[in-house]
Design a protein around this ligand. Structure first.
Ligand SMILES: *[C@@H]1O[C@H](CO)[C@@H](O)[C@H](O)[C@H]1NC(C)=O
Ligand SMILES: *[C@@H]1O[C@H](CO)[C@@H](O)[C@H](O)[C@H]1NC(C)=O
Ligand SMILES: *[C@@H]1O[C@H](CO)[C@@H](O)[C@H](O)[C@H]1NC(C)=O
Ligand SMILES: *[C@@H]1O[C@H](CO)[C@@H](O)[C@H](O)[C@H]1NC(C)=O
Length: 366
């Protein structure tokens, strides 16, 4: 099934492709060579300071250069660690630029999820994963849609977007994550490890493939799903129910199961028109991917909806920046099917945004 985080492309260091963007990322890493001397030099000698300002200046000014292709991957991972030691400054105008562009193409506050306002009776919903297929909006569907978008309020002040990467293990980031006003999580992730990943959830995405795999498509007993959902407390569940034909029924059942059990957590469905527009936006900017991951989708939504954004748990490599091996997720090591998502390229965009001061990409401990 596409669009399952558990199946997202797993990249071990040997697999990093010399994709154009990736080369940019490597270039960033490469040009900081001289600063790595200081990093290595200062290892175990905390009294010797990394010349942060200069090293980071070079990293930054060379970001768009793609001159170095002969960099080995482990080395580049180490450099990303250095990147994290650079002082990061928020750039409100850079974020405003993203917000304006994304608002223009995609408009998360009005279009992220299906509502009775944006999905009138009798119109067609076109699946974003298969544009040749559509579904006519029935009164039955309208009944389970919210009247209006839940995202109309002014910006959330602080948002944490929490990927499921193994890098969160032993991070002690739980309380920092929970300190955000709005916390976004993906694919019914494990609620173990609260010390590292926190407890608070404002949005939890649920891919229909997870409903199939973990809950038999909810065709039998619903209690296991209801119990699993209850672990997140009161939250908004977000399901890409209309990305591929044949997935809406299980998604409806998830909504019914929660409503019938008296849960106060509403279920929303991604609007496929928003997802199509978003993927067109990135395609036009040279990002050609079979499918955006749900992580990337909601980072983009956050750019429109949040004033300050921090990413945690986004690190699509099998080695920690320190060099020790990591499981794929913080809760398991189930490897994804290849070629569904291009996680390293998405990651390169996050790195780019980090350097622009648009969002903060947190790696390592809190
Ligand atoms: C990296 O940036 C520095 C500072 O702007 C510049 O002098 C240098 O030429 C750049 N390196 C390369 C290889 O382009
Ligand atoms: C902030 O971002 C804007 C727009 O991208 C850019 O022109 C400006 O130089 C940035 N400011 C700083 C201090 O980096
Ligand atoms: C998004 O759509 C809503 C409703 O159509 C509209 O009021 C709002 O101005 C739009 N926002 C942007 C940024 O275009
Ligand atoms: C996390 O810490 C535990 C206990 O110190 C250790 O056994 C484990 O290997 C660590 N895992 C990672 C991925 O760092």
């Amino acid at each position: 099934m596409p669009n399952s985080i558990s199946m997202e492309e797993y990249v071990n260091p040997g697999l990093l492709k010399m994709h154009k963007l990736w080369v940019r990322l490597l270039a960033v890493a490469a040009v900081s060579l001289f600063s790595v001397f200081f990093l290595v030099w200062s290892d175990g000698r905390p009294d010797i300071k990394v010349p942060e300002a200069e090293a980071c200046q070079v990293l930054l000014s060379n970001l768009t250069e793609s001159f170095l292709k002969r960099v080995n991957e482990v080395w580049s991972l180490r450099h990303l660690k250095l990147m994290q030691s650079c002082r990061w400054n928020f750039n409100a105008s850079a974020l405003a630029q993203y917000r304006a562009e994304l608002g223009h193409c995609c408009n998360a506050s009005a279009w992220l999820v299906l509502t009775r306002v944006n999905t009138p009776l009798g119109t067609k919903i076109v699946y974003d994963g298969d544009h040749s297929k559509s579904l006519k909006v029935s009164s039955g569907l309208l009944e389970i849609l919210p009247e209006e978008s839940p995202f109309q309020d002014p910006f959330y002040k602080t948002c944490a977007v929490v990927g499921n990467g193994g890098i969160l293990l032993n991070s002690s980031c739980g309380s920092e994550i929970d300190g955000h006003q709005f916390v976004i999580r993906f694919n019914l992730p494990s609620t173990d490890f609260p010390e590292d990943v926190g407890r608070k959830s404002s949005i939890v995405t649920v891919n229909p493939s997870i409903l199939q795999e973990r809950f038999h498509g909810l065709t039998g007993r619903r209690l296991p799903f209801v119990k699993a959902a209850a672990f997140y407390g009161e939250t908004w569940f977000l399901i890409p129910a209309f990305s591929y034909p044949g997935q809406n029924e299980a998604s409806y059942r998830a909504l019914y199961a929660l409503q019938d059990s008296g849960s106060r957590s509403p279920v929303f469905f991604f609007h496929p028109q928003y997802l199509s527009a978003l993927s067109r936006y990135w395609h036009e900017r040279g990002f050609h991917t079979p499918r955006l991951s749900s992580g990337f989708m909601l980072v983009n939504a956050a750019l429109e909806l949040c004033q300050h954004i921090t990413l945690y748990g986004f690190w699509p490599f099998s080695l920690h920046p320190d060099g020790h091996p990591l499981p794929h997720h913080y809760y398991d090591n189930q490897l994804p099917k290849p070629r569904v998502h291009l996680m390293p390229q998405e990651f390169a965009y996050y790195v780019n945004m980090h350097f622009q001061g648009v969002l903060h990409l947190h790696l390592g401990k809190c």
